[in-house]
Ligand binder design. Structure first.
Ligand SMILES: [Zn+2]
Length: 180
């Protein structure tokens, strides 16, 4: 990531807004934003990997992870969107993954300029490709600040996206969507 380029860009935005970029509160802002980008967008430089492990106890049972928090940045407005990821998969041939490895994949895909639909699909595709389960479903519930802060200020709007690969029973989909 090119921190000095980000700093120059933020400086221009401040000037473009009509701010005095040299005033006390803003003097260090370009540097702070550049450092922040290194943290909240670090996922652009990381290739998510999920190494399958094997568990004899789990055969064709469903594994569900609910309420995994995530924070991402909308690529259309550079404003945050954040919320919860719910994920279910049905392992095949006892191929499973540690829970923290899955939450790490979610972190990596979140820490990029994103749209919610793609985030949802990338998580599902990664689980599908690396664990080769019978099925995987991902539901993402989010609040988008570009929806909440702009236009009609629809503060209470939650956006929900889902991606399903392979076979997932409808009772599991209902559970993920909070219907069951
Ligand atoms: Zn947006």
């Amino acid at each position: 990531m090119d921190q000095s380029k980000i700093m120059r860009g933020v400086q221009l935005i401040l000037e473009g807004i009509g701010e005095d970029a040299d005033r006390e509160g803003l003097k260090e802002t370009p540097r702070r934003v550049a450092e922040m980008c290194g943290e909240i967008l670090e996922g652009i430089e990381i290739r998510p990997e999920l190494q399958p492990g094997f568990s004899e106890e789990i055969s064709n049972d469903v594994i569900i992870l609910k309420d995994i928090p995530f924070y991402s940045v909308c690529e259309h407005h550079l404003l945050p969107f954040f919320g919860r990821v719910h994920l279910a998969y049905i392992p095949e041939h006892n191929r499973v993954s540690g829970f923290s490895a899955i939450t790490r994949v979610i972190d990596i895909f979140s820490r990029r300029l994103q749209i919610q639909e793609r985030l949802t699909q990338q998580i599902a595709d990664t689980v599908m490709a690396s664990l080769q389960p019978a099925g995987v479903a991902v539901v993402v519930e989010a609040q988008q600040l570009c929806v909440s802060m702009r236009g009609g200020r629809k503060d209470s709007v939650r956006t929900v996206t889902q991606a399903v690969r392979g076979e997932i029973p409808s009772r599991i989909m209902q559970l993920l969507n909070g219907i069951a």
